[in-house]
Design a protein around this ligand. Structure first.
Ligand code: SF4
Ligand code: SF4
Length: 382
C-alpha cells in the first residue's frame, strides 16, 4: 500500500518542506526491534515521511535509529520533543535552556542523527508553562542555540492548552514552524487555531485523529450518529474522510503498532473527503451526543477543589467514554494515565473519596459524582 491519490502538500509555508497528509506516530512501536524496523520502513516506503517521536516514548528513538539506516534518514522529516513537566529523565531536570539543550543532544545520540528536522516544546498545557518555556534562559533559548549550531532545522510545539491561549501563542511565536493539535470528529475545539496557524504558514499536525482510539471501539451512539448523517457505519473511514475535508490540516499522525495500521489509515484517508453537506449533518448528529447534551461532565470545574485531590472532571470525562460511548478501552487507558505516578498532573485515586459531599451540590450537570467514582473504581481500578 502506497499513498497514491493524495499529493504532497506544503508542510507550512515557513518550513518550506513538503509532506504527505498521513504521517508516523512512533509512540507505540512493536517491542521487537526487527519488527519495529520493518514496520517503520514499510510506513516510510508507503509515503509517511514525517515522524513524530519523543525522548519520553520509551525506546522509540533507539528503534528509529535502527530503522533510519540504509538511506532511510534522508527520506524523512524527523521530529522529537521533550519537556520536564511530562517526563523528567533526571530528578534535577528543569525548564532551563541548558537542560533542554542537554536533552536535545541526548535525543540526537539516541536517534543516531547528525541533525533533527524538528524539535518541539512538548505539551504546552497552560500559560505558566508557555511563559516558563519561552522566557529568557528558558527551554526555547536552548533550542535556539541548537538551531544556530545547525543541530535543529525547525522548531515547533505541541499543546493541550485552551484554544484561546493557543491562538495567542500563534500570534507571539514568530519562531514557530509547527504545532501538534488534537483534532477529530469528537473534539473540534482547535478548529480556529488550526486555521490561524495554517494561514500564518505554521505546519499544522493533527494527533488523535481517531479520538485516541474511541472511534475504533464499537460505540452504539457513535455508530448511530454516523449512520444517521452519512448512511454508513464505518467510524474510522468517516473520521479520516472528515479530516481530509479540512484543508487547513497539513498532516495527521497515525500511531503505528502493526502493518494494518498503515494500510487501513492510507486506504481510509485516500477516499473522497466528506462534502460540506455531509460534514454539516455529521456535526449536528455528534452535537446531539455531546457531553453537554447527554448530561455528562462539561469540564466547568465548579466541583473543585476536592479535599482528597481527586481530579473529578478527569474521572467524569472517563465516565462519558465508558458509560455513554461504551468505549471501555479508551476509558481504561485514560484512567490508568490519570492515576499513573509518572503523570505530572496525577490525580488521587477515586477510591480515596471520603464522600464529604462537597462536590455534588456544585455540579452544573447534576452528576452523582460519588457513585460514578465508585463505578469507575470497580471497573478500572487495580
Ligand atoms: S465527595 Fe469525594 S470526590 Fe467529592 S469532594 Fe468529597 S472527597 Fe472529593
Ligand atoms: S461541576 Fe460537574 S460538570 Fe462541572 S467539572 Fe465538575 S463534574 Fe464536571
Amino acid at each position: 500500500m502506497k499513498i497514491t491519490q493524495t499529493k504532497l502538500v506544503d508542510f507550512g509555508k515557513r518550513s518550506e518542506l513538503k509532506v504527505y497528509p498521513v504521517s508516523i506516530g512512533a509512540m507505540r512501536l512493536p517491542q521487537d526491534d526487527s519488527e519495529a524496523v520493518s514496520l517503520l520502513r514499510q510506513a516510510i516506503d508507503a509515503g509517511m515521511i514525517y515522524i513524530d517521536t519523543s525522548r519520553g516514548y520509551g525506546d522509540s528513538e533507539l528503534k528509529l535509529a535502527k530503522a533510519l539506516k540504509d538511506g532511510y534518514r534522508e527520506k524523512v522529516i524527523l521530529s522529537t520533543k521533550w519537556c520536564p513537566w511530562n517526563i523528567k529523565i533526571e530528578p534535577t531536570d528543569d525548564t532551563s535552556a541548558e537542560c533542554v539543550y542537554k536533552r536535545l543532544l541526548e535525543s540526537m545520540k539516541r536517534l543516531d542523527a547528525d541533525y533533527l528536522d524538528f524539535y518541539q516544546l512538548w505539551s504546552i498545557n497552560n500559560n505558566e508553562q508557555w511563559l516558563g518555556a519561552t522566557c529568557k534562559g528558558g527551554m526555547l533559548d536552548g533550542i535556539f542555540r541548537a538551531k544556530k549550531e545547525g543541530l535543529v532545522k525547525h522548531i515547533g510545539f505541541t499543546t493541550h492548552d485552551k484554544p484561546e491561549n493557543v491562538s495567542r501563542y500563534i500570534d507571539e511565536a514568530d519562531w514557530c514552524e509547527s504545532i501538534l493539535f488534537t483534532y477529530n470528529i469528537l473534539d473540534t475545539s482547535y478548529e480556529e487555531a488550526i486555521a490561524k496557524a495554517h494561514e500564518k504558514g505554521i505546519a499544522t499536525i493533527v494527533m488523535n485523529p481517531i479520538g485516541g482510539g474511541v472511534l475504533t471501539e464499537d460505540s452504539p451512539p457513535l455508530n448511530d450518529a454516523v449512520k444517521n448523517a452519512i448512511g454508513a457505519a464505518d467510524l474510522i473511514e468517516i473520521a479520516h474522510r472528515w479530516l481530509k475535508s479540512n484543508k487547513n490540516i497539513d498532516t495527521i499522525i497515525c500511531g503505528i503498532t502493526k502493518p494494518s495500521d498503515i494500510t487501513s489509515t492510507i486506504e481510509n484517508y485516500e477516499k473522497d473527503p466528506l462534502t460540506a453537506e455531509q460534514k454539516q449533518r455529521l456535526s449536528a448528529e455528534i452535537a446531539k451526543i455531546s457531553k453537554k447534551n447527554v448530561g455528562f461532565c462539561v469540564d466547568c470545574k465548579y466541583c473543585l477543589p476536592c479535599p482528597k485531590g481527586i481530579d473529578i472532571p478527569g474521572f467524569m470525562h472517563i465516565a462519558y467514554f465508558s458509560e455513554f460511548l461504551k468505549a471501555d478501552e479508551r476509558a481504561r487507558d485514560v484512567y490508568n494515565w490519570l492515576v499513573n505516578p509518572s503523570n505530572a498532573s496525577k490525580s488521587a485515586d477515586p477510591g480515596e473519596c471520603i464522600e464529604c459531599g462537597k462536590c455534588e451540590p456544585k455540579c452544573t450537570q447534576k452528576i452523582e459524582i460519588v457513585e460514578m467514582l465508585k463505578t469507575l473504581k470497580s471497573k478500572f481500578g487495580q
